[in-house]
Design a protein around this ligand. Structure first.
Ligand SMILES: [Zn+2]
Length: 464
């Protein structure tokens, strides 16, 4: 009798292992260092409340994108179970001048299907174009320290668009930060508004059916987020703030632990954080998250542009703007799909999309564009320095967009795919695929190369 019961129990246990969707495991770790040194240490291992939302047929990442890359391998036989490329706030900070003089620590996370046996997790960093192992750790799913507790719930999960089971769709989670409980309905309206903006932009428009969109918005005590350059300090639940790396418009959060705990209540692969604010701003990091201030006049453009960074690892194709990065001392081919150092013009990475008869590199009115850009930068600096109203900045940006759209549409090769010098924050040595794109100016659409890069990511998560 007892042995029969035991057999039934064993059968049930085996059946549940074989058929159940795996859980979602998350390794939170600390990434510490400076411009010459990096140190990694485990913070905690968490079993998230929801099952793994990813596509079981697409566990391995062969896109070669990101500044970092991680692998989960079976500890016993070394079999590769899961891999993903990603970028990080540390990876951006380490290129700033500050990283030459001080250390900083950032919290980061790796999420993967919960394994059934011990695994080795290997973290790699891109070095001269290729990934090189910088850290590894092992994980036993039976470890008593794996935290299976539910974090404090962030409120009702908003179903904005559900087209199918999360394992067969790209799951986009829209998080709200700086919205009070009384502003919950504003968050819901904002989340739906930005969903429509995203799916108005090709190629998202044509592939809308491949996406689910979810919303979560933990209530903030106070409305808005921090903007130190304006003397504003708040403690919103996700920790987002303007002035990241002392760049006024750059909105990020470094409170990864809190953000991950909130996000774990939705199935997700990509995160957009809507910041309840009017001042122009946003940010986007590949495979981490993107942010946008929901109520600036330019929020549609900022949202789509920054989402391009987050979703497809697109590089900035602009170069006249003031940014926090120091110039690269020696040029190597960037990993981003939409910029090139053109070290080997015959093997341009988007050569199959180049318009026939287009010279490489491709001539364009570069000097006119740069002269105009410099004048705008100066006016922009003046507006910020004298703390002028945001409406003046908006008016300047309107004028700039109109002029740049005209300037970049009037050349012989304006409609072609080629290789136009000036991209990736540098006036020389880096090239972009088309003269205009939402990654260059406040133009309204992605160029052909950016569109294809986005389509490749959609195909990594959605079933046909
Ligand atoms: Zn582009």
């Amino acid at each position: 009798m007892i042995s029969k019961l035991l057999r039934v129990l064993v059968f049930l246990a085996v059946a549940s292992c074989v058929y159940a969707q795996p859980g979602t495991m998350r390794l939170d770790y600390f990434h510490t260092g400076n411009s010459t040194q990096e140190i990694f240490s485990v913070d905690r291992i968490v079993l998230e409340p929801l099952p793994w939302p990813g596509n079981p047929a697409k566990l391995l990442d062969d896109t070669n994108l990101g500044a970092y890359f991680f692998e989960v391998r079976d500890k016993a036989d070394g079999r590769l179970l899961y891999s993903r490329g990603f970028s990080s706030i540390f990876g951006e900070w380490v290129t700033t001048d500050e990283a030459k003089t001080v250390n900083r620590t950032f919290s980061e996370s790796l999420r993967f299907p919960a394994p059934s046996a011990p695994v080795k997790i290997i973290l790699k960093k891109r070095d001269e174009g290729n990934f090189r192992e910088v850290w590894s750790t092992t994980l036993d799913p039976k470890d008593k320290f794996i935290d299976t507790s539910r974090p404090p719930p962030p409120g009702t999960l908003l179903v904005i668009q559900k087209n199918g089971d999360p394992t067969t769709k790209v799951d986009l989670l829209i998080l709200g930060d700086g919205y009070t409980a009384a502003e919950r309905s504003k968050f819901e309206q904002d989340a739906r508004r930005f969903t429509e903006i995203l799916f108005a932009a090709p190629p998202f428009r044509e592939q809308r059916q491949k996406f689910n969109v979810w919303g979560l918005c933990p209530a903030a005590e106070e409305s808005g987020v921090s903007r130190p350059s304006g003397g504003v300090h708040h403690r919103p639940p996700l920790g987002t703030t303007y002035d990241t790396f002392d760049t006024d418009r750059y909105i990020l959060t470094t409170d990864n632990r809190s953000m991950r705990d909130v996000a774990s209540f939705a199935p997700y692969e990509f995160i957009e954080i809507l910041v309840n604010g009017k001042t122009y701003g946003g940010g986007g990091i590949f495979n981490l998250y993107a942010t946008v201030a929901a109520d600036s006049e330019w929020s549609s453009y900022v949202f789509v542009h920054e989402f391009g960074h987050h979703f497809a690892g697109l590089a900035d194709e602009y170069y006249t703007s003031q940014v926090a990065y120091a110039p690269a001392s020696r040029r190597i081919e960037p990993w981003e799909p939409n910029v090139t150092a053109l070290l080997d013009p015959a093997n341009l990475k988007w050569k199959d999309l180049v318009t026939r008869g287009t010279p490489i590199p491709t001539p364009w009115r570069k000097q006119d564009f740069e002269n105009y850009g410099r004048a705008i930068q100066e006016q922009r600096r003046q507006i910020r320095e004298h703390n002028r109203p945001e409406s003046e900045m908006d008016a300047l940006f309107r004028e700039e967009r109109k002029k740049e759209d005209e300037l970049l549409a009037a050349d012989k090769y304006s409609r072609n795919v080629g290789a136009f010098e000036g991209a990736n924050y540098e006036a020389h040595g880096y090239y972009r695929p088309q003269e205009n794109c939402i990654m260059v100016t406040r133009h309204d659409s992605f160029c052909a190369v950016c569109r294809r890069a986005i389509e490749r990511i959609i195909a990594m998560y959605a079933s046909e």
